[in-house]
Design a protein around this ligand. Structure first.
Ligand code: UD1
Length: 432
């Protein structure tokens, strides 16, 4: 396995490019399965999750060409002849469950493994299934698989109100309904930018979606969807992560520039709270300049659906709070168990405790390097951020979590002046 070796304490400066969004790329790739003809999507990040999804899609017989050098994926579903997503691949990445909507929409039937829980607790999919039933699908469970069938080969359509609002369920229901025989309606749909950009691609293909970008979606089923070329948007969570890195480790008074970004996708809550820490932010269209202050002010955050503070940035915010000289809190309302990184951060000297759905952080304790590891993507990146500011050397183990969702993370940090390297290690080796 690989680990990152980080020698902390380097002040960062310079400029890096933000990559394409992972969480948008996945639904865009699924949408390509609905088209008549080859679809090319550009600005696809080079990530393990994208490779996994390309493999899941290829199981169906669709032609999936993922060209990492040009950051593009071309999908031609003409040859699709198998309506299945197997357990072995779905268990690696929950978003593989998008195959349910895509196959049901295109072929009128699907056999897709149910995803399990994840590192931060149970992750139900009942909204995906209830929504498809409301749109007229027959759903059966068989040996860990969902078997979905549209009577007569195409869904009649229907109406579904989501509670809570779910990104994944909204994507899956759109995939299932844009080619339906009749019309459908989703209330309390997710309004995250990932869903909005995904709706824009479907519309470009000829889908009729009213209210895109609002929480009520009206879908008028069409008979076919056309092939398109579509550009994926920038990754808002990577942007937020690097903004936090700049705030905690940037050279005070010097700008760190993040280019090719979509700051409008971060949501106003993050931008407002981030600036309240004393960090200066200048936005010029796709460019974000972040200037670290001499001293950071602690600011409490509460996660929420878009445009609220993203749950995918709360673990990173904990490190920002630890770098202040005061006390702060992170409250998680989307996934109340998403605090598995806290015990590891405590091993680095961070004074943080979990109280119910909150993390309470007492800033100002000196952080020290340690061997740490985590069980998920955003938690792992919080350990990297801690390593940047800790005294001594931090070994962040199980880098494969980071490779799922951060393209060339060590390369970008090195470009900003961090002392980070990747090395192989044997996790089960006895200490020397
Ligand atoms: C997506 C993102 C993930 C992010 C999350 C919330 C991808 C690949 N992943 O995950 O990074 O953290 O949005 O912004 O895009 N829920 C139910 N029943 C369901 C489905 C969801 O109760 O059937 C609940 C979840 O437990 C959670 C809330 O709805 O409390 C939101 O989850 P959801 O938006 O579905 O997250 P994902 O789409 O899985």
């Amino acid at each position: 396995m690989d680990r990152f070796v980080i020698n902390g304490g380097r002040l960062l400066s310079g400029s890096i490019k933000i990559s394409g969004s992972k969480n948008t790329a996945l639904p865009l790739m699924a949408a390509a399965l609905l088209a008549d003809g080859p679809v090319t999507i550009t600005n696809i990040p080079s990530l393990r999750d994208i490779r996994t999804f390309a493999r899941v899609m290829a199981v169906t017989g669709a032609n999936v060409a993922h060209d990492e050098s040009s950051h593009s994926v071309t999908v031609d579903a003409e040859s699709l002849d198998r309506t299945e997503a197997p357990y072995e691949l779905v268990k690696r990445m929950r978003a593989s469950f998008y195959m349910l909507g895509a196959l049901l929409g295109r072929e009128g039937k699907a056999r897709v493994s149910l995803p399990g829980g994840c590192a931060w607790g149970p992750r139900p999919v009942e909204l995906h299934l209830d929504g498809m039933k409301a749109f007229g699908a027959e759903i059966d469970l068989e040996q860990g698989y969902v078997i979905a069938t549209a009577p007569g080969g195409r869904l009649p359509g229907g109406s579904f109100t989501m509670s809570p609002s779910s990104v994944g369920a909204t994507v899956n229901l759109l995939l299932a309904s844009v080619l339906a025989k009749g019309n459908s309606r989703i209330e309390n749909a997710a309004v995250e930018p990932d869903v909005v950009v995904f709706s824009e691609m479907l519309q470009a293909m000829g889908a009729r979606i009213g209210g895109a970008g609002t929480d009520t979606l009206e879908i008028e089923g069409v008979d076919s969807l056309a092939a398109v070329n579509f550009e994926n948007c920038a990754d808002r969570i990577e942007l937020g992560t690097f903004m936090i890195a700049a705030a905690i480790a940037g050279t005070p008074g010097q700008k760190i520039i993040l280019t090719h970004a979509r700051p409008d996708h971060l949501g106003q809550s993050f931008l407002d709270l981030f600036q309240k820490t004393g960090t200066e932010v200048q936005i010029d269209d796709r460019k974000v300049a972040v200037t670290a202050p001499a001293e950071l002010t602690p600011v409490n955050v509460v996660t929420g659906v878009y445009p609220g503070f993203p749950t995918d940035l709360q673990a990173q915010w904990t490190i920002l709070l630890a770098c202040t000289n005061g006390n702060g809190k992170v409250r998680e309302t989307i996934y109340p168990d998403r605090f598995k990184h806290i015990p590891e951060l405590r091993r680095m000297g961070i004074n943080a405790i979990v109280v119910g759905d909150e993390v309470v952080v007492e800033g100002g304790s000196p952080m020290q390097g340690a061997q740490v590891m985590s069980t998920d993507l955003r938690a792992s990146v919080s350990l990297v951020l801690a390593g940047l500011v800790a005294r001594g050397t931090t070994y962040v183990q199980r880098v494969y979590h980071l490779d799922r969702g951060y393209e060339n993370l060590e390369g970008k940090l090195i470009e900003l002046g961090a002392d980070v390297s990747r090395e192989r290690y044997d996790e089960w080796a006895d200490p020397e």
